[in-house]
Design a protein around this ligand. Structure first.
Ligand code: ADP
Ligand code: ZN
Length: 735
């Protein structure tokens, strides 16, 4: 299998052999032009090799930062870099993002009229373009190749970048025959280095890319497929509770995608959300193409918060700031789940992936599988269904399971999934299992889950009476458990192989050898207890997050205004993470703003003033809320007094002074807290807040057994409320 280390794959081309040594400060270019502070793993090496003239194959998951690997070389070396990209929408996005950084990029495709094309071609031939994006079919047309010959002769071709390179492979999921002919460019321009990029990881596809594109001893970089900024969670699906949970998540803010299985489900959920004042749009294959395109644009531009969609939505969306992806229904298999949920957090910011799971959904998919005519297809679909439901039922680290699917070993304990962060309690349910299994035996192994549960719970329904099942010794012996409890047990028994299920027609439960061991008390049964739906969190949580991020929200609003004026998506102006840093650091000078990650020279010039002005206005507006007693404390703090001394001198309680400091933090007058609370205490408070929330102080105080004062707790809460839970970053410690 593949390892993330590429050394076993291909001989690395000799470095600097004949190629001019380029002495460049790549870090400086990275910050100046792209605004980033550091390279991500692999990026620097790829860029260096590429600048030395070598071919590259970069296999990096979505959001890993592939584009930079060819964009940075493109702006530092001579000649034009030609980027082959399969989708017009993606091309446009990329070009807009580059232009927003002041980089001369353009595209040629069928959406342009001849006059516009002509203009762009002239600019190209004058050497004014660094990156040119084209679709493969255009690149290979006669006229275009002739144009490229002229470009080579007059301004030079610096490199080719083949994006979504897995499209060359019939083994991949998006085979495009026109990609096959890209080999032509290697023949026609043998000296020009080629960089191929993809997010698809299988061995077969990888070998196919090297072969089909005739790459020469490429440097192969395979990044880990782990997405450390995504939090993975599986939750029980129960109609009403699930809807309320989703609503809660939506109200916490951020763009989200909700995937549903059917068009009807998409329409229903969209209508329901709209009625609850959520801005949401539908997307599915039943809508006319123009409506789909329009809805997609409105989502990307943040005109609406939520996209409710079938799997038709995704290929070709490049929105980096999707904060959550919810699967309202079961995905088809683990790979699709990885790709669909992976549309969250491409910008590297923390984002959530929630899968709602119910046994009923498994039944529905099984029924759909039975409708397939080919036996082969049925077999594959069944295996995939088994894998995805195993994933949902498992108590193992979600990342470990997903990565195993891609042949990557991951130890687990990721700290970013429900199973690692909130392991489900394991309970001994041997007695319940015995009750259930003997009910299966007494009903002669001829019924499905729901009927059996009705018997156990003593239902008086027609169906039970008809079969005389109210006469059985197991009738009514399971009243102490809810129907959901019993369903959870059945899922677990199936998952552990302690009972079997027929797969033709309606699923009927059958006893197997292990079932008998349980009934004979030769084997005990332990099950993981699923979490209950969160019923009453809606109103409490939303309030505090909304107010806490007031400045961040204002900066977002400013960004939206600037974006609309330029008709670009907001993320093209600044990423969420950049706005959050601005809100935390309250940068009120251009110099300080320029040091923030994500602010390059061009953007500083273009937008700096507007953002600095907004932050100033905000800070001043808030300072007006402070009374003179706060300002006196602030003055004394500035003179270096500690809190005890201020309290003593002013004849006030220390707690009161802590309250002042908290208020000063909330209004942005104080941004550093190292002076007032040590890192260890602070992280203990953070941990307690993670457990009990921060709506009230007393539960936090109690969770810490009274070892931390109310004053200090208030400080931590104030810090968190100004900057969300990321507040700890301010002082450089991670919480
Ligand atoms: P993909 O691999 O999916 O094509 P992109 O190239 O679109 O990913 O990059 C994803 C996000 O990561 C973008 O928002 C980009 O600005 C950001 N990014 C890329 N490289 C870096 C870096 N070195 N530091 C910070 N952010 C980066
Ligand atoms: Zn985990």
């Amino acid at each position: 299998m593949l390892s993330a280390d590429s050394s076993d794959f291909a001989p690395v081309p000799p470095l600097g052999n004949g190629a001019p040594t380029i002495d460049l400060n790549l870090d400086r270019t990275l910050k100046q032009t792209f605004g980033h502070d550091a390279f991500r793993p692999g990026q620097r090496e790829i860029i260096e090799r590429s600048l030395q003239g070598g071919d590259i194959l970069a296999i990096v998951p979505t959001g890993g930062g592939k584009s930079l690997c060819y964009q940075l070389p493109a702006i530092v070396r001579s000649g034009v870099t030609i980027v082959v990209s399969p989708l017009i929408a993606l091309m446009q996005d990329q070009v807009q993002s580059l232009q927003a950084n002041g980089i001369h990029a353009t595209f040629l495709n069928s959406t342009l009229d001849s006059q516009e094309s002509f203009k762009r071609i002239q600019a190209l031939l004058r050497g004014e373009i660094r990156l040119l994006y084209v679709a493969p079919e255009r690149l290979l047309s006669d006229g275009f190749l002739e144009l490229l010959d002229r470009v080579r002769d007059e301004v030079g071709i610096g490199g080719f970048a083949i994006d979504e390179a897995h499209c060359v492979s019939a083994w991949g999921h998006d085979f495009r025959p026109e990609y096959r002919q890209l080999r032509l460019i290697r023949q026609r321009y043998p000296q020009v280095p080629v960089t191929a990029l993809t997010a698809t990881a299988t061995d077969r596809v990888r070998l196919d890319i090297v072969d089909q594109l005739a790459l020469r001893s490429p440097f192969v970089h395979i990044a880990s497929f782990r997405r450390p900024n995504l939090y993975y969670e599986v939750r029980p699906k129960e109609k009403r509770a699930t809807y309320r949970e989703i609503l809660t998540r939506i109200r916490q803010g951020g763009s989200g995608i909700i995937y549903c299985m059917s068009r009807r489900q998409v329409e229903e959920l969209t209508a329901k959300l709209t009625a609850d004042n959520v801005t949401a749009l539908p997307y599915h294959a039943g809508l006319p193409g123009s409506v789909r395109a329009d809805n997609q644009t409105r989502f990307i531009r943040d005109d609406v918060q939520i996209m409710v969609a079938t799997v038709a939505f995704g290929m070709g969306i490049d929105k980096p700031d999707v904060r959550f992806v919810i699967h309202y229904d079961l995905p088809r298999n683990i790979e699709s789940y990885y790709q669909e949920s992976g549309r969250a957090g491409r910008d590297g910011e923390d984002s959530d992936c929630v899968l709602y799971y119910s046994a009923g959904d498994v039944g529905k998919v099984e029924w759909l599988i039975q409708q397939k005519t080919s036996e082969d297809e049925q077999r594959i679909a069944r295996q995939q269904l088994r894998q995805i439901s195993d994933y949902a039922e498992s108590t193992e680290c979600r990342n470990t399971i997903q990565l195993r699917y891609f042949g990557e070993h991951f130890e687990g304990n990721c700290g970013k999934c429900d199973n690692c962060c909130n392991p489900k309690p394991i309970e001994d349910w041997t007695i319940e299992a015995m009750k259930f299994l003997s009910c299966v035996a007494r009903t002669k192994e001829r019924f499905g889950t729901n009927h059996l549960i009705s018997v156990l719970r003593g239902s008086k329904s027609q169906n039970i009476l008809k079969w005389g099942h109210d006469q059985l010794s197991t009738y009514g012996i399971g009243k102490d458990r809810t129907a959901d409890d019993w369903k959870m047990l059945v899922r677990s028994l199936l998952h552990q192989g302690l009972i079997s299920e027929t797969t033709d027609g309606f699923p009927i439960l059958k006893l197997n050898a292990l079932s008998w061991e349980v009934m004979k008390q030769q084997r005990s049964v332990e099950i993981a207890i699923a979490p209950k739906p969160k019923l009453d969190e809606i109103d409490d949580r939303t309030g505090s997050t909304m107010t806490g991020q007031a400045l961040f929200q204002e900066l977002r609003a400013l960004r939206k205004k600037l974006a609309t004026a330029r008709s670009v998506p907001p993320y093209v102006i600044f990423a969420d993470s950049t706005l959050r840093l601005m809100a935390q650091k309250k940068t009120t000078t251009l110099d300080d703003l320029g040091r923030i990650a994500g602010v390059g020279a061009f953007k500083l010039d273009e937008y700096g003033e507007a953002f600095v002005a907004a932050i100033r206005a905000y800070s001043e507006g808030n300072a007006a809320d402070l009374s003179s007693t706060h300002l006196t404390t602030l003055e004394l703090l500035k003179q270096g007094w500690d809190l005890e001394r201020i309290a003593r001198d002013r004849g006030l309680q220390v707690t009161t002074i802590y309250g002042h400091v908290a208020k000063l933090i909330e209004t942005g007058q104080i941004v550093e807290v190292d002076r007032y609370i040590d890192a260890e205490t602070r992280s203990r408070v953070d941990a307690a807040i993670a457990q009990v929330g921060m709506d009230r102080l007393t539960p936090i105080f109690e969770a810490l057994n009274g070892t931390v004062s109310y004053g200090e707790i208030r400080l931590v809460c104030a810090m968190r409320s100004v900057s969300g839970s990321a507040a700890a970053d301010l002082t450089g410690q991670s919480s």
